[in-house]
Design a protein around this ligand. Structure first.
Ligand code: NAD
Length: 281
């Protein structure tokens, strides 16, 4: 049976360290601040925003949630972003995605000041990641790497297969694993024989959004399997990995819920603190 990569354990570890850094900043008169913008009333987004607020409370970060109506215009959204860009209490601005379909996500993200871009989604920060320069790293891939490293899983020299090429998870996860000296394969919806690729993986990251896409026969015995997917099936949350059966072959596996999702929030807290440290240096 696989070792469970328990998000509670690794997120607690990260949050304890963030709380220490917040204490140090407060001694210097600095309280890190996060603003979350939520447009509309998507229930899943509301849940994520609440969990981010709770994490801020736990580590001592000042937080503010701005809730905008579902029919907010692009101009109004960007005006609010601009106000937060100039707000001295705010070090990080998070635009909760997805936005309602009438809004231009990329354009709105480009309006967030790069030095307050807590998710690392601004083109400048994405470019810095591409060039292996220091900068804000997207929270979910950062959480995946934190978890793998803390669990003692060797990334250097491993073959990492990432399934999913989104800008927020798959693509940056592949880049970050490569920067840690893994050999990477990035699979997506046009990959002809997914199983042939996943079977090569020492580290397999599934970030697709299709329940139980990754089955037992697609996993190399002993591999570390990281499940990023969040899917709601009959009112229950399930990942992209068939946890019950894959855990019989994998060496390590992260559960859903209780895995990567918790790491994402913990890394968000870490990014707010890093931005506060840089912005007040
Ligand atoms: P997305 O919808 O933007 O992209 C999905 C990717 O999967 C695409 O690149 C597509 O090419 C690929 N894909 C689709 N069908 C495929 C198939 N049959 N085989 C191989 N690849 C296929 O996804 P996203 O925003 O990266 O989210 C992916 C999943 O991760 C979703 O379930 C989302 O809810 C979840 N997610 C979780 C967290 C977390 O913190 N745990 C964070 C972000 C996203």
């Amino acid at each position: 049976m696989a070792v469970i990569l328990d998000g509670h354990v690794y997120a607690d570890m990260a949050l304890d360290s963030v709380a220490e850094k917040v204490k140090d900043l407060k001694k210097r008169g600095i309280t890190p601040g996060l603003a979350v913008i939520l447009v509309g009333e998507d229930p899943a987004s509301q849940t994520y925003v609440r969990s981010k607020g709770r994490a801020c409370d736990r580590v001592g970060i000042y937080s503010r949630t701005l809730i905008l109506a579902a029919d907010t215009t692009q101009a109004e959204l960007e005006k609010q972003i601009d106000l937060l860009n100039r707000d001295e209490r705010i070090d990080g601005i998070l635009l909760q995605l997805p936005l309602p379909s009438h809004l231009d996500e990329q354009h709105a993200l480009s309006c967030i000041a790069p030095e307050k871009d807590v998710d690392g989604f601004h083109a400048l920060n994405a470019g810095r990641l591409m060039l292996s320069l220091d900068g804000v790293q997207p929270c979910t891939p950062k959480g995946i790497l934190f978890m793998l490293k803390q669990a003692g899983i060797k990334i250097d020299g491993a073959h990492a297969v990432v399934v999913g090429r989104s800008n927020i998870v798959g693509k940056p996860a592949a880049l970050m694993l490569m920067q840690e000296n893994a050999t990477i394969t990035l699979c997506h919806s046009h990959t002809p024989d997914l199983k042939a690729q996943t079977l090569q993986a020492d580290i397999l990251v599934a970030a697709v959004g299709k329940p139980h896409l990754i089955t037992e026969d697609m996993v190399k015995p002993g591999a570390a399997v990281v499940d990023v997917g969040i899917n709601r099936v009959n009112g229950r949350l399930v990942g992209d990995v068939d946890f019950e059966n894959v855990s019989k072959v994998a060496g390590y596996i992260s559960p859903v819920p209780g895995g990567v999702g918790l790491m994402t929030v913990a890394m968000l807290m870490d990014n707010v603190v890093s931005l506060a440290e840089t912005n007040h240096a």
